[in-house]
Design a protein around this ligand. Sequence first.
Ligand code: BGC
Length: 737
Amino acid sequence: MQKNLSESDVAERVESLLARMSLAEKIGQLNQVGGADFAPGPKAEDQIRAGGAGSVLWLNDTKRFNELQKIAVEESPSGIPLLFALDVIHGYRTIFPAPLAMAASWDPTVPEQAQTVAAREARAAGIHWTFAPMIDIARDARWGRIVEGAGEDPFLGAAMAAAQVRGFQGDDLADPERVLACAKHFAGYGASDGGRDYDPVYLSETQLRNIYLPPFAAAVKAGAATFMSAYMDLNDVPASGNRFLLRRILREEWGFDGFVVSDAFAVGNMVIQGHARDGRDAALRGIKAGVNMDMSSYTYANHVAELVAEGALTIAEIEELVRPILALKVKLGLFERPYVDETLLAQVVARPDHRDAARWAAQRSMVLLKNEGGLLPLKKDIKKIAVIGPLADSMSATEGSWMVFGHQPAAVTVLAGIRAKLPGAEVTYAPGPEIRRDIPSWFESFMAGETRKPPQTPEEAAAAFQLAVESARAADQVIMVLGETDLMSGEAASRASLDLPGRQEELLQAVAALGKPVVLVLLNGRPLSINWAAEHIPAILEAWQPGSEGGHAVADILFGDVNPGGKLPVTFPRKGSHAPLYYARNLTHSPEGSPMYNPRYWDGLPTPLYPFGFGLSYTTFAFSNLQLSAAQVKVGETLTVSVDVTNTGAVAGDEVAQLYIHQRWGSDTRPMRELKGFARITLQPGATQTVTFPLGPDELRYWSTNAGGWIQEPATFDIWVGGDSQATLHTEFEVVA
Ligand code: BGC
């Protein structure tokens, strides 16, 4: 492994490359070529041979990588190697829980390890660069892509963003087991109007800076090599032509020195979006905004040379965008080692520690939402178990959304996990009626999956319903596995309702009416409004999209080999129409609990079904002895908050201590609660641990509308510490000038 090159060595090599490249080759570096058949444009080989491609995406074929690389290195004019890029979002072959699930671990080592494994496998396949982490804050559960990020909170989101960057990149880009990370989608994509994917986003600078940008700032700090500009309009300017985002914030303020790739076709799409006059204008806007690489729209390839010839762009402007692309190729060691060993992948994916890491990640990601009467954990001597539901044996729902191109799901399903856990028990399985999107996903056309079967007829559905009820009737214990299929969340997978799709709730009610003990396991990529279940089903486990080892992890938890300790990274609303719903709202003149309180809607409570940060355990915890290092600090100083956490139950377990603050007055109104610290700890029964959190200028400052910038102010602050965002243990302190 080559050691980190010095910045000046890298710069020197980049300048010597630039000196021998033609303008066409420089423009070529800015062009990312679609390697799959569906991608438009000229043949990949021809573009590469002419020096017209800097990178290839949508290809997942080790042998083909080497073939194309050989053309780039041996046949193109300056022999500059290609970067192979792909969406490796939560695993390459060993699939980890979806990012929203990993955020529910409240343990940054979970995504860090996951992405370390993902990087090792992807790199062994020949991939250099992943389009991850996706770090869009999402407060609207209707938005399908909420599954790809860390949920609603900027503090948790920033921790998960940095951890993923570390996991993908390690601390040396020349490490042959790492890949380049790409922080996406810059910025604000999660706030689309109505939660409708791709729709415009309107965010004040205050919201942008306090809520949506912190994970991206954290990614830059962690060394993210690349960024992806988003699709949608941000305040009426497409993110992929947005100088404010890409130049002022990303480069000038944050000092980002990597490169920016547009989202797919986003440079060319500025014409469709009604922003650019034509392709030429779109290319000009993309370049001027600082989008280094055009993902597959060929707008740069088709127009930049002409723009330079006309004098609308200078060669210096093109070189400025080429430099960081070449620099990363140098840092990766691609010039020394352009090819991948075609025998490596088979060895790497067979590593048992990868499967172990996936199981551990899934165990840590699951959230126990309800456990009335201590129904869970179940006893292992149950004789007859009925496992019921359309997702109980679905590999694709278990592995989840955003599968790597061409990947065939091979997950341990919940049914398989339960059967493996209880080899002596009689475990029956009945899927019940199928579930399906009302409007199919575009992705179905090229993703292998169970969703491609012809739809069930009403008669078949009725028979499946009956069979499921009968199998429940014959069992001692029922485990219902309900939720959403993989393509019901993710890109182009927003929905207006958050209810269980199809006839799942009806089936749940019919089964519950039998009077058997019922456990509900949820597989899904977004909050669901499971109001009926929350009231009537005694035990509910949120398993999300748990990945390749998901079924084992579910069984580990249901049968008590693992005590769940995950917490919700996102609020569960009672209705889709309550979205966006999040805990860090501002107070109003009529706050809840005040004599002047007026309900927000007259047709039902808009309070959460489950609040942010919530999750149960098979044991119980108490928080006490909340202490501050000082009751008063000056602006700029740091105080320490400490609290004792005690396991008050009978088994060992994990608790996530969460610290929330509220600034009572100031230049702007601040949210009634904001997460500013968390720590997941393991405690033996009866044991107590003191957890400490620093609170300093980083935690106490904010971007103020009135002040027009970042400020930290003298004010009184509330502090709450506890196991969720409704924690009651309280104290306060003063910041003085
Ligand atoms: C998505 C990106 C993704 C890209 C490349 C786009 O449709 O928005 O998240 O990285 O495709 O596959």
